[in-house]
Design a protein around this ligand. Structure first.
Ligand code: PSU
Ligand code: MN
Length: 304
């Protein structure tokens, strides 16, 4: 086992017994939602995974240790600190570990640490991707590279249209990452069920997802798999409302010269502010929905 990794006892016991475990990220807690909703949601997501027969492993860097499985106090700490905690992507882990610092893990680093711990599946809200205007900024999330090289199944609700969804799909195709629609032929756009872009494969059951993941392992592929699960109809946002907020957030981002790792958190926070509580509620609901699907798929992967 990696010398910097701490696996929580409950998670370790489940892994050793071949029981289902689902990883969860922590940037969604510190940078993705306001306090105290972020903490409340993180704990609800963990409970949903338990209710569906799997063990949750929320992942973060605490005092330079890579943690697979957090205590409630650690989740509370990350939620209260919010954007004061470093957003940790692949390039940041060496510095955080060497300095004994805290970091909130993105999709990228959650995949890295989950894989180190032996966890095969991870549930979140949305992934990073190719940003609009990437042809000049070259702003492409490290999440896409990680999906190309780390064998973890990521269950999300698609990607927000703060990104260029068409270019994101092109990038994933180049990198050989299968993009699966759960119960849909169309890539969901996080707050809405449709984006106008097709997925590679439609799958309708956790068993079928597990079979694809097993096949990918048996083929000795390095990379992972992206499962996109549409937000339940009753919690989806009206397209015009969310599009208007995203356009405004993008304009402000450009005007204020926000760049680099600050871009995504800035856009996410502005969209929530501009749409009031409605988008936050949608966000919470879709994460819970993804947690349920990931737990059921983790069970199928364990043959349960
Ligand atoms: N997109 C969302 N919600 C999020 C994120 C992205 O809809 O919380 C977070 C995730 O942690 C994701 C990260 O891995 O932002 C991507 O950041 P960047 O675009 O800087 O790679
Ligand atoms: Mn970026």
């Amino acid at each position: 086992m990696n010398q910097y990794l701490d696996i929580a006892p409950e998670v370790k016991a489940a892994l050793e017994a071949g029981r289902p475990v689902v990883a969860l990220e922590s940037t969604i807690i510190s940078h993705g939602m306001p306090y105290p909703k972020n903490v409340e949601t993180a704990l609800r997501v963990e409970q949903t995974i338990r209710d569906n027969g799997a063990v949750p492993a929320t992942i973060a860097v605490i005092g330079g240790r890579l943690k697979a499985g957090l205590s409630h106090e650690e989740i509370e700490h990350l939620g209260r600190a919010g954007r004061a905690v470093a957003k940790a992507s692949r390039r940041d882990l060496p510095a955080l570990v060497a300095r004994g610092a805290d970091g909130a893990t993105t999709v990228t680093t959650t995949m890295i640490i989950a894989h180190m711990a032996g966890i095969r599946i991870f549930a979140t809200g949305g992934i990073g991707g190719v940003h609009r205007g990437a042809e000049t900024t070259m702003d492409i999330s490290a999440d896409l590279e990680e999906l190309a090289q780390t064998p973890v199944m990521v269950v999300c609700a698609g990607a927000k249209s703060i990104l260029d969804l068409g270019l994101t799909l092109e990038y994933l195709e180049t990198k050989g990452v299968p993009v699966i629609g759960y119960g849909t032929d169309e890539l969901p756009a996080f707050y809405t069920r449709r984006s106008g872009f097709g997925v590679d494969y439609r799958v309708d059951s956790p068993e079928e997802l597990a079979a694809m993941f097993r096949a990918q392992r048996a083929l000795c592929y390095r990379g992972g798999m992206l499962v996109t699960n549409p937000i339940p109809e009753e919690y989806a946002m009206p397209k015009e409302v969310i599009d208007a907020a995203i356009e405004q957030a993008l304009r402000e981002c450009a005007e204020q010269g926000v760049r680099g790792k600050e871009t995504t958190p800035f856009l996410l926070a502005r969209v929530v502010e501009l749409t009031g509580g409605e988008s936050l509620e949608s966000n919470i609901r879709l994460v819970l929905n993804n947690a349920e699907l990931a737990a059921r798929t983790a069970r199928a992967l364990c043959g349960e």
